[in-house]
Each structure stands twice: as C-alpha cells, then as structure tokens.
Design a protein around this ligand. Structure first.
Ligand code: BJW
Length: 245
C-alpha cells in the first residue's frame, strides 16, 4: 500500500518545538504480533468483553479472567517492540515537551525506551490485592497456578482498567492537562471507541491542537482529525520521524 505523504503543515509541526502528545491503542502493537481487540481475529472475536474485562466477570469467574490475562502476558513476553514503538520513543528524544498516553497494557512502549508515558488502562505486568488494594510489579510471563493469590491469602487481580472502572485519576488528569496545551497530537492505532481515553484528542483539538490520526481504517475520530494518515503505524510513524529530521 502506498503511504500518504505528510502535508507541509504536518512537517512544519513535526519540526516545531511545541508540546507533542501521542495517544496509542492496540493497533500500535499489532505489527509486533499482539492482537487488537476489535479487528477481525482480535481479542473480542468470539469473546464477550463483559465476561473477561469487567469487575463483575472477575467476581463471577476469576479463573476464566486470569486465563485470559495470563495468555496475554505470555504473548507479550515473547514479542518485541516494532518500528512504531521505536519511532514514538525517538520522537520523545527530540527534546520538545512530550507525553505518550497509552491505552495499551503490554509494556512494549516502555521496552522501546519511552519514558514520558502515562498508562491510561494499567499494566499487564502489575497485580493488585483484592483485599488490601496494594499493587506490585510482577514480570513473570505466567502467574500459574491460577488464579494467583496475595501473601495475605486474598485473590490478586490484574492491575488493568476494566469497563465500568474509573481510569487512574492522576494519569488521566496528566494526559488531559497535556492535551489542553498540546500543539500537535498523534492518535495511533486506536478505534477511538473507548472513553474517556477517546476524549483526549477532542480536548486537544478544542484547545487549538492539530490532530493527526494514524490508522489503516477510519474511526469515529476521523472526521474530527485534521489529517488521517491511512496505513500501518510501523510504516507511517518512521516516515513521520524522517520528515521531522
Ligand atoms: C492499526 C494497525 C496498525 C490495526 N497500525 N493501527 C458512553 C456510552 C456507553 C458507555 C460509555 C460511554 N462513555 C464511557 C462509557 C463506558 C466505557 C466505554 O467507553 N464504552 C464504550 C465501548 C462505549 N468506558 C469505561 O467503562 C471506562 N471507565 C469509565 O468510563 O469509568 C467511569 C467511571 C467513573 C467513576 C466511577 C466508575 C466509573 C473504562 C474503560 C476501560 C477499557 N478497558 C479495556 C481493557 C483494558 C485491559 C486489557 O487490555 O484487557 O481497554 S477495553 C479495550 O479497549 C482496552 C483498550 O485499551 C481499549 C481501546 O481499544 P483500542 O486500543 O482502541 O483497540 P481496538 O481493537 O478497539 O482498535 C485497534 C485499532 O487499531 C483499530 O482502529 C485498527 O484499525 C487499528 N490498527 N492495525 C495502526 N498496524
């Protein structure tokens, strides 16, 4: 597929020094071999999200929920960050005010070297005690025997944000504050269906930012974006990085 060239306006903004916000979703990890949620063959195909990604699902059947997350930990542990993750980390190193707000829980941005990052939907690599609420990192690819338990004896849960749960307040506030002062926003690999994350580009646009969507498909954001760069993130983002140089 031929890639759309960035417009002169976008090239100018990529070379500028104003705040750059990047919002990512599952599509950014697809070229690493991690399935998205809603594409054909994605994680929700044949799986009702309310049976694996809600507090009620965990209360009803923690083993089923843990099997779903343990398989995803194993997959995430065996794949590598791709050209899109690396391009985003390189954009941060250009030195302009920068924030990466990711909905992804796979840890690939961190492994590519992104440091100014907020995790809007938590992390696959953290667990939380359902009794005491304390959270800790656990990087083992599997937490078997499932479901894992805290030293206090209570069930552990994945420290991710399920439907009906609030996003971590500090992370969302930081992302929204940055969106309000961003000059340029790159929205990469998200269906823009899930709120409140999907509101960030709209907040930024209302405050004057130039919003660019990178996605092989159109989304509900597309009509509101200044540009839609149609293509896979692993190709489009390195081209943007090159244009910024
Ligand atoms: C490529 C590509 C390539 C492919 N390159 N691109 C209004 C109406 C009804 C409900 C709501 C509403 N507003 C809010 C809600 C509730 C709900 C919601 O938004 N529902 C909508 C679905 C309607 N939101 C919530 O419940 C949130 N909490 C909340 O609102 O709390 C309020 C509250 C306040 C106070 C007290 C209590 C509550 C929480 C949302 C949590 C979402 N959690 C999940 C699971 C996280 C853990 C896990 O990973 O398992 O987050 S769901 C899932 O969706 C996951 C993702 O982060 C999220 C977004 O998905 P994403 O990343 O966009 O992936 P896809 O698959 O949808 O899209 C992939 C895209 O990539 C596609 O566009 C492809 O084209 C593209 N792509 N290859 C670039 N190579």
């Amino acid at each position: 597929m031929e890639q759309p060239a960035p417009t002169p306006r976008l090239v100018e903004l990529l070379r500028a020094s104003g705040p750059l916000l990047v919002l990512t979703g599952a599509g950014v990890s697809r070229e690493s071999g991690i399935a998205t949620f809603r594409d054909a063959g994605g994680l929700w195909e044949g799986v009702d999200p309310t049976e694996v990604a809600t507090p009620g699902a965990f209360a009803r059947d923690p083993l089923r929920v843990w099997r779903f997350y343990d398989e995803r930990r194993a997959r995430a542990a065996e794949v590598q960050p791709n050209a899109a993750h690396h391009a985003i980390a390189a954009l941060e190193r250009t030195g302009r005010p920068f924030l990466l707000a990711t909905q992804n829980v796979d840890g690939l941005h961190e492994r590519a070297g992104s440091a100014s990052l907020v995790r809007l939907h938590g992390s696959l690599w953290r667990v939380r005690c359902t009794r005491e609420g304390n959270e800790r990192e656990d990087l083992s690819p599997s937490l078997a025997p499932l479901p894992p338990r805290c030293v206090c004896g209570a069930l552990l849960r994945p420290a991710v944000v399920w439907f009906e749960e609030p996003l971590p307040a500090r992370e969302f506030q930081d992302a929204a504050a940055f969106a309000r002062r961003a000059e340029l926003v790159l929205v990469v690999g998200t269906s823009s269906l899930v709120y409140p994350a999907a509101s960030l580009p709209l907040i930024a646009r209302d405050a004057g930012a130039y919003v660019v969507e990178v996605n092989p498909e159109r989304t509900p954001l597309t009509p509101d974006a200044h540009e839609h760069l149609e293509g896979p993130a692993g190709t489009v983002l390195p081209a943007l990085l090159a244009a910024a140089a």
